[in-house]
Design a protein around this ligand. Structure first.
Ligand code: LMR
Length: 393
């Protein structure tokens, strides 16, 4: 049977981590996968997570199953983080999933059974796994213009003109904040305009928010999403605790469905649970138990928020530092790095230039030109700036 298989296609992000690990150059730099690193180049367990782990260890008495929806305390906490306590909250339901990828897939499967002819509109470019997940679920995918390669910002006019063509059989996938891969975010007025279009044309918004807290702060990063959730009848959300709780390997995320009533949202939740049962059955517990512990305890919540703010502050100073280091090399071609939000920036480098970064400088970045600013250390800025300017000449 298996002889008929063709070779697997390598994932453009995950395959980079393997190549990086196998590189024995001592000055190598991993700017590929979206992982935060501190000044020592480590991805530490966050302080609140460490304390929550101690609590869970001391109080957990069983490893018996939790249930298809995972921890309901966690699910509630995810809605608290993302929704206002007004309109959307009272007509929303959440399911714990194995990371946001699990949420994306469950929501894609849900759309497929509710409306098989759905087309999901994704930004050009978008997170490399959006298209594969939507297509694996059986949905059609279409791109809308997003990134202006010259200004390195969102081309709002082109985006809104195209989205004006989306109709009732369409779903528009948006990044809640910290757009992956570009680092260029839509403005609050874009959120309002897309919300108005959704209401006028009847398409459903689908928000993937995996970097809340890494743009302008926890509250600010969800402002557009909240507005949209409060002002549309139906909306779905995939969210992740990988980055803002540093729980990457614990696979901790949630799928949220907002409908016109709690009853409808609960019905959708029930169908997601059916889908989960026939896929992975139940999500892993540990990460969600830690998040639930942190967000149920005001002092742990405070510790978590403070560390997240520190991480954001460091990320902003890395962005400013890299821009300054590039300018010191006599170029202002990378000034956009300081304006971008979140972990990533698309540099505009071609795959050949990204290849040169790797071959000549041992710098690993995604072939689409994305670099992970959050993976940098302060002492690497001059080296990276020199490499960027050299390969882009
Ligand atoms: C990334 O974009 O680097 C992360 O979201 C990791 C992943 O799962 O691709």
């Amino acid at each position: 049977m298996f002889k008929q298989l063709t070779e697997a296609q390598l994932d453009p992000i995950l395959s980079l981590s393997i190549a990086y690990r196998e590189d024995d150059r001592t000055d190598k730099m991993d700017l590929g996968i979206g992982v935060y690193r501190n000044s020592q180049g480590e991805t530490p367990i966050m302080r609140a997570v460490q304390q929550a782990q101690q609590q869970v260890l001391a109080t957990q008495t069983t490893k018996a199953y939790v249930g298809l929806a995972g921890s309901e305390v966690f699910n509630q906490s995810m809605m608290d983080l993302l929704l206002t306590d007004t309109s959307a909250y009272s007509r929303a339901a959440a399911v714990q999933t194995p990371g946001a990828s699990g949420a994306l897939r469950m929501l894609a499967d849900l759309m497929c059974i509710a409306q098989p002819e759905t087309t999901v509109w994704i930004s050009n470019p978008s997170y490399v796994n959006h298209k594969p997940i939507m297509e694996a679920a059986g949905l059609k995918v279409r791109y809308y213009p997003y990134f202006d390669a010259v200004t390195k910002q969102v081309d709002s006019h082109a985006m809104l003109s195209e989205l004006a063509k989306a109709g009732p059989k369409d779903v528009v996938l948006l990044h809640g904040c910290c757009h992956n891969p570009t680092g260029a975010d839509i403005t609050f007025s874009d959120w309002k305009a897309i919300t108005a279009l959704a209401n006028k044309n009847g398409f459903m918004p689908f928000v993937d928010i995996a970097y809340q807290g890494f743009g302008d702060g926890l509250e600010q990063d969800a402002a557009g999403l909240k507005h949209m959730a409060d002002n549309t009848e139906e909306m779905i959300i995939a969210t992740s605790c990988s980055k803002n709780f540093g729980l990457y390997r614990e696979r901790t995320g949630a799928a949220i469905v907002i409908s016109d009533s709690l009853k409808e949202a609960q019905k959708a939740k029930g169908r997601i649970l059916n889908l989960a049962r026939s896929t992975y059955t139940m999500p892993p517990d540990h990460g969600a138990a830690l998040v639930a512990t942190i967000l149920s305890d005001p002092s742990l919540t405070q510790i978590w928020k403070q560390e997240l703010d520190e991480m954001l502050g460091r990320l902003l100073s890395l962005r400013a530092g890299l821009t300054k280091a590039v300018r010191a090399q006599g170029s202002n071609d990378f000034d956009f790095i300081e304006q971008h939000k979140g972990m990533f920036s698309v540099t505009g480098l071609t795959p050949a230039q990204i290849g040169r970064l790797r071959d000549e400088f041992a710098i690993y970045a995604v072939a689409d030109g994305r670099i992970n600013i959050a993976g940098l250390q302060e002492q690497q800025l001059d080296y990276l700036a020199n490499a960027l300017v050299t390969v882009s000449r």
